[in-house]
Design a protein around this ligand. Structure first.
Ligand code: DX5
Ligand code: ZN
Length: 233
């Protein structure tokens, strides 16, 4: 938290028939990661992309792959995606709610050489990551119900970011804090003022007429909000 703000465009909103072109535009426009939304039609009511695409992205994207697993059985699928080239692997706490499962998933990700991250849905309390926060590279706060791009930001999600910051400070760690869902020029300042440092943006960037300008604008307003928040704290 509180490192320089990074934009992770979600390619769920990209033009799949011209994906390489879109990825090149995003990379040249300053995107820090490619956010890959993997949905299995069970954990969420939508089916998106999988291992073959991650393999291709690894070869040609030129950016670290931030793979967001919205799947029912992450313990089974984590190795598939790391073998395919995932750099950061985000698993949902809700899909690993049995005792010890979250720990097991984090160990698997780390042992296979990737960076572990845990996502929490809007109605999930931050306390579910309390016992594992020390082991996390990143925490993903969902600001929409996972499943679809283009939804509106759920008001108050920024309070959850602040809760993660407080928990991390108490634990003496500083994981990256990513926010995903409805992020754009209006909402990026809200979450960055509270400590978010990685912003997923689907519609606001990939569906913009000029994605590079959209990245620049979102980054600028987010950095400004964070600077003011730090000055006033
Ligand atoms: C939602 C996905 C998001 C989504 C973001 O389940 O995890 O990454 O694609 O899209 P926007 O920014 O349009 O809300
Ligand atoms: Zn996502």
């Amino acid at each position: 938290m509180f490192s320089s703000i990074a934009i992770a465009p979600s390619i769920l909103s990209a033009d799949f028939m011209n994906l390489q072109h879109d990825i090149d535009v995003l990379r040249c426009g300053g995107a820090r990661y490619v956010h890959v939304d993997v949905m299995d039609g069970h954990f969420v009511p939508n089916l998106t992309m999988g291992v073959p695409l991650v393999k291709q992205l690894k070869k040609t994207s030129g950016m670290p792959l931030d793979v967001h697993l919205m799947v029912d059985n992450p313990l089974r699928q984590i190795p598939w995606f790391i073998d395919a080239g995932a750099d950061i692997v985000t698993v949902h706490a809700e899909a690993l709610s049995e005792k010890g499962e979250l720990d097991k998933a984090i160990s698997l990700i780390v042992d296979m050489g990737a960076y572990p991250s845990v996502a929490i849905k809007p109605k999930t309390p931050v306390s579910v990551i309390e016992n594992v926060i020390e082991r996390l590279h990143m925490v993903l706060v969902m600001s929409v119900e996972p499943g679809f791009s283009g939804q509106s930001y759920i008001e108050g999600s920024e309070d959850k970011v602040a809760e993660v910051v407080a928990m991390a400070c108490k634990a003496g760690v500083s994981p990256l804090i990513e926010v995903d869902g409805g992020i754009g020029v209006k909402t990026a300042p809200l979450v960055c003022a509270r400590g978010a440092d990685v912003l997923v943006a689907g519609n606001a960037v990939c569906a913009a007429s000029d994605p590079a300008s959209a990245i620049a604008e979102i980054t600028a307003v987010a950095e400004q909000a964070r600077t003011s928040a730090l000055e006033n704290s």
